[in-house]
Design a protein around this ligand. Structure first.
Ligand SMILES: NC(=O)c1ccc[n+]([C@@H]2O[C@H](COP(=O)([O-])OP(=O)(O)OC[C@H]3O[C@@H](n4cnc5c(N)ncnc54)[C@H](OP(=O)(O)O)[C@@H]3O)[C@@H](O)[C@H]2O)c1
Length: 322
């Protein structure tokens, strides 16, 4: 079968027409994949910047496919466990170390599949699982977002960030964004964000003057040098939820900035199976349609990876498989 295979650190990611069709084990089902979506995780893996990388693994955490004549989407969680607070020690994410969705066929445990919400196209549904789950838990399970609260989403070009914008708007929050691109800020405003700042060119001292102590909830996946600005944007009693480290280590932060304002800094990663079910119900109830950036045929998967690596996308990058 056709697949995008992470071969090794030396050989990187390769398209192959000769991957083996997986053998179905007890409790599993064989899914004929129709579309899959990229996440930054896939890019980190190809660069060797992810824990537990194994050679010769088909990448991909998000997929929609056909099972017994019906379109189903796949929950990328494997063995989260029963706690709502954190995953079990056996936890992993589909697409490393187990084979993922960038292939014509995949086997997954039967309880990992759910029917595709009927208001979504195949591509929209493929965009949803990992980013939707992460955004949902960040905003609601961890961030406890409520109607009319003010939210700042850092780096709106991100797949999770954009999903968070759509979800936050659906509950009546007031959303502000940042981006490296003025064009992405305009697009976010046209979706319902109130305003945005370009984190590359903005004068932070001015932003802090106008927006300091403003935000009830801040959603961040960048970390790094810019994190200190977020502490200043947060309102007294505010919550900052972090789910990524794109810009690396957060340099020294004065504790006074955190304790004086009674801030909560909350970590989140993926989400429980309960979060996944809640997210799907939320998306279905609010008829939310994930934004699609571009659709590439599986064969052109390497181009799709480049687009994500270069941060060109606004919306999810999709691979069309069958
Ligand atoms: N823990 C989890 O469960 C989980 C789940 C999903 C993702 N993540 C992590 O979260 C990050 C984003 O993932 P993704 O799949 O959404 O990636 P993505 O779609 O590739 O988005 C990355 C975005 O990060 C933004 N960014 C880069 N540098 C920034 C900075 N200095 N300040 C603010 N924003 C910055 C950019 O936004 P602009 O284009 O607007 O500048 C870029 O588009 C990655 O590090 C990923 O590994 C973690």
């Amino acid at each position: 079968m056709n697949a995008l295979l992470y071969k090794s650190k030396q050989e990187g990611l390769k398209y192959t027409a000769n991957a083996d069709i997986p053998v179905v084990k007890t409790g599993e089902v064989l899914i004929k994949i129709k579309a899959a979506a990229l996440n930054h995780r896939d890019v980190w893996i190809t660069k060797g910047l992810y824990p537990g990388i194994k050679d010769n693994v088909i990448l991909g955490s998000d997929g929609v496919g056909e099972y017994e004549g019906k379109d189903v989407l796949i929950n990328p969680n494997i063995d989260w466990g029963t706690s709502q607070k954190y995953p079990s020690t056996a936890y992993s994410i589909l697409g490393m170390p187990t084979n993922g969705t960038f292939a014509q066929f995949i086997t997954v445990a039967k309880d990992r599949i759910v029917l595709k919400p009927s208001h979504l196209t195949i591509e929209e549904a493929a965009a949803l699982p990992l980013a939707g789950l992460t955004a949902y838990r960040a905003l609601f399970s961890r961030g406890k977002l409520k109607k009319r609260e003010k939210v700042f989403i850092n780096g709106i070009g991100g797949g999770v960030a954009l999903m968070a914008l759509q979800f936050a708007l659906a509950v009546g929050a007031e959303v502000y964004v940042s981006s490296s691109s003025d064009d992405k800020i305009s697009k976010a405003i046209s979706l319902g964000a109130i305003a945005g700042i370009n984190y590359k060119t903005v004068d932070w001292s001015e932003v802090n003057k106008s927006l300091a102590n403003s935000f009830d909830l801040i959603i961040d996946s960048a970390g790094g040098e810019g994190f200190k600005h977020l502490l200043k944007l947060a309102a007294p009693g505010g919550r900052i939820v972090t789910y990524g480290g794109t810009r690396g280590v957060i340099p020294a932060v004065p504790p006074q900035l955190v304790f004086w304002k009674q801030l909560s800094i909350l970590g989140t990663s993926m989400g429980s199976d309960q979060d996944f079910t809640n997210m799907l119900e939320f998306v279905t109830k609010n008829k939310i349609k994930p934004i699609i950036d571009l659709v590439y045929p599986l064969k052109e998967g390497l181009k799709a990876f480049k687009r994500m690596e270069n941060g060109m996308q606004f919306g999810k990058i999709i691979l069309s498989v069958f």
